[in-house]
Design a protein around this ligand. Structure first.
Ligand SMILES: NC(=O)c1ccc[n+]([C@@H]2O[C@H](COP(=O)([O-])OP(=O)(O)OC[C@H]3O[C@@H](n4cnc5c(N)ncnc54)[C@H](OP(=O)(O)O)[C@@H]3O)[C@@H](O)[C@H]2O)c1
Length: 299
């Protein structure tokens, strides 16, 4: 993909501003953000990674997702460097390890993340996945962090429908604002009951690995004739169609990770692609919606 001219960049920014998802507290977020898994681990690619995140912010992909787990804090350190002087333009998300999510450790885990990120608050803090700590305890820890102003809101990750039902029945569980789960055109198990549950409860999903890790989790996304034909019609790449597909409703925020400049631009540009009902029906034929419960796909 050639670098777009200024007019195209303005169009991309405008599309990202308009294609928003609303959190339960009324906050609007562009439906495409940026992932950071594996960033910060290789000193040779550090500058490129920082520039990629900064370009993404300039284009309007303001949500940046990281975790204390990624590179043992190296991803958070890199994000901290990338957002220096730009904190107000970013919606910062980090995640706590399940074994740090009890009342004894969650505050220090959060403070360590804040230090690495060079900020005094997270916009969103997620429980990375469910571990042994009772949900009620993690929720209480999250609520304390919220009251102390260290996080603005909290959510969960890798929660299947039964986990969400349990969360909903736990005190203050309804303060959860999102659930970050694996979702791409080649892995759409959540379309059966988890995504409908989220729709009903007005809580967006955050889709991780929305590009199936550049197609490596599902090669067919790169080679399928239907995707290729649709991509050619929009004059874009097949993975941009896959990304546009994940954000087809206004209830999913996708967080692709990209280091290559052309990938950052391509991902932002996916917000300009409005797939038609006919496109969606054709994609459904090749990548059918599940007709029965499939346990949540996790990587
Ligand atoms: N909560 C969880 O348990 C969980 C699990 C997994 C991921 N995540 C989050 O979700 C983010 C995204 O998922 P992911 O990193 O697993 O995979 P992904 O975003 O689906 O794919 C990333 C890969 O795709 C390539 N790529 C990016 N844009 C592209 C484009 N337009 N065309 C072709 N290739 C492209 C990237 O290459 P380059 O980098 O070379 O540009 C990279 O190799 C993570 O970074 C992380 O923040 C969360």
């Amino acid at each position: 993909m050639s670098l777009p001219d200024n007019e195209k960049i303005l169009r991309i920014k405008h599309s990202l501003e308009k294609r928003v998802v609303t959190l339960p507290d009324g906050t609007f977020l562009p439906s495409i953000g940026q992932g950071t898994w594996y960033m910060g681990e290789n000193p040779e690619s550090r500058n490129k990674e920082i520039k990629a995140l900064q370009l993404g912010i300039e284009l309007g992909m303001k949500l940046i997702d990281t975790a204390e787990m990624y590179g043992n804090g190296d991803s958070e350190r890199l994000v901290g460097e990338a957002i220096k002087g730009r904190r107000d333009k970013v919606f910062l998300v980090s995640k706590v390890y399940p074994h740090h999510s009890g009342l004894d450790l969650i505050e220090s885990a959060c403070e360590n993340s804040l230090k690495r990120l060079g900020t005094d608050h997270l916009d969103l803090y997620l429980l990375h996945w469910r571990g042994r700590v009772p949900l009620a305890e993690t929720i209480e820890g999250m609520e304390r962090l919220r009251k102390d102003g260290k996080i603005v809101r909290w959510g969960v990750s890798n929660f299947d429908t039964d986990d969400m039902l349990e969360l909903w029945d736990t005190a203050n569980g309804k303060n959860c604002v999102t659930n970050q789960v694996l979702y791409h055109l080649g892995s759409r198990g959540i379309d059966y009951d988890l995504l409908p549950w989220h729709h009903e409860h007005n809580m967006p999903i955050m889709a991780y690995s929305p590009l199936a890790q550049g197609g490596s989790l599902r090669r067919q996304l790169l080679s399928d004739p239907t995707i290729i034909e649709i991509a050619e019609r929009y004059n874009v790449q097949p993975l941009q169609i896959a990304l546009a597909w994940t954000i087809r409703s206004n209830n999913v925020i996708a967080i692709p990770k990209a280091v290559k400049e052309e990938h950052v631009l391509a991902n932002a540009q996916a917000a300009t692609i409005q797939l038609t009902i006919e496109d969606l029906n054709r994609l459904d034929e090749v990548f059918p919606k599940p007709t029965r419960k499939i346990p949540l796909d996790i990587i």
